[in-house]
Design a protein around this ligand. Structure first.
Ligand SMILES: [Zn+2]
Length: 74
């Protein structure tokens, strides 16, 4: 359920959870084919990986850096 009153952190977390769920559903089987799409190199799994990569780069939870240290990964 997505409500209109979610914080940025909640939206971020839901995006990450959804992307991880999609990756599980489109994880290649022993024949290296996606069980949902039946293709090798599933474009949906690629998109989910892109979402996770973008979510890590944004780091919305870190609003005020306290030092010059580089941001920490999730
Ligand atoms: Zn797929």
């Amino acid at each position: 359920m997505t409500g209109p009153f979610l914080s940025l952190a909640q939206i971020h977390n839901r995006l990450v959870l959804t992307a991880r769920q999609v990756l599980r559903q489109h994880q290649p089987g022993p024949d290296r084919r996606c069980p949902s799409c039946r293709t090798t190199g599933c474009p949906i799994a690629d998109a989910a990986r892109d979402v996770l990569h973008a979510a890590r780069e944004l780091q919305l939870w870190r609003t005020a850096p306290d030092s010059d240290d580089p941001p920490q990964p999730l």
